[in-house]
Design a binder for this molecule. Sequence first.
Ligand SMILES: *Cc1c(COP(=O)(O)O)cnc(C)c1O
Length: 396
Amino acid sequence: MNVYADHAATTKISNSAKVAMIENMDLYFGNPSSLHTQGQLAKEQLNKARETVAKAIGAKPREIFFTSGGSEADNQAILSAAYAGKKKGKNHIITTTVEHHAVLHTMARLAKDGFEITYLPVDQDGWLNPQLVEDAIRKETALVSVMYANNEIGTLLPVKEIGTICKQKKVPFHTDAVQAVAHVPVNVEDIGCDYLALSGHKFHGPRGVGALYVKMGARIDNLIEGGAQERGKRAGTENVPAIMGMSVALAEAVDSLDDNMAKTQALRDYLIKGLSTIEHSRLNGSGAERVPGTVNFCFEGIEGESLLLLLDAKGIAASSGSACTSGSLDPSHVLLAIGLPHEVAHGSLRLSIGEENTYEEMDYIIENVKEVVAYLRSISPIWESLKNGDKPYIIQ
Ligand SMILES: *Cc1c(COP(=O)(O)O)cnc(C)c1O
């Protein structure tokens, strides 16, 4: 059996998105900046996609800027707000320790350029107390950037409360909502954010396309200079087929959000119940509200990488954390941030499921994870010393 359980890394494109892309390439291949009919037809399609994306998150079409994905949208929001602040003498930025690397590495770049970055700690479930944001804001704060949903453990962060605080304190607020959009209800007015990033391939759209919401009046500067596309804020001939594919996938996901959430959540709970029977295992983020599909476990005494490879050999596609950290031997920064010691963080497994998964697949995952964990423990010297009582268990 082949089971795809890595939806937080990417999703398979939906059939309707694929059909919309092909139709777009066949019928509307003009350059939207061209004045002839072919160009104007393409431009109409682009406008249609912009309206669809705006509607899905409660924004106005003028507030949507298409980008090459979530990473670019995060970079553009953060750099725009940071340098707009710097011009007014503000050089302080607030974020969290559990952000995606698209945010963390942008912060590192700003730190090199003289910004002071406050990384707020999260609790044992990856949740951020909004009071910490309020306490950290100073008169030099140029931006607050807090993700909506964590990509490794699925925790939902209190962005509405943070949005309210930022509004009161008149500090721009960006949220990386790449794991939230199309998975939980997302509305920019409710959040009260100035910037929001989303990405097509996390909700059955194509890769290499995303969008940045920029609230009317919020500062936005180019990362890429050139033509006047995207109201002069993102140069380069628009990838209209991808933009169209993303908008179709988003509309589809938002239309069936309640059903998809209920279905995914039920599958997830079934999976969690099955995996929880493994001794000395821990469900990460268990005390917090989470997105419906993401499950992150630690199993004491094993290596996550070995677990992944053996599961892959059984046809199960999972992850040990974010795709960006795999391949490196450092444990996940998110698992360390929630207070797990290195040796436990190394034994992690992320299973991220979608509404198209089945109960048979969950049974197959449970059966194989149990078998592989037992096997890896049987050959693990660490497990041996835990069992013998030479070392205490960290996960009870
Ligand atoms: C995937 C992801 C991104 C990056 O999006 P891309 O479209 O792959 O650039 C950013 N933030 C989070 C939380 C993500 O999960």
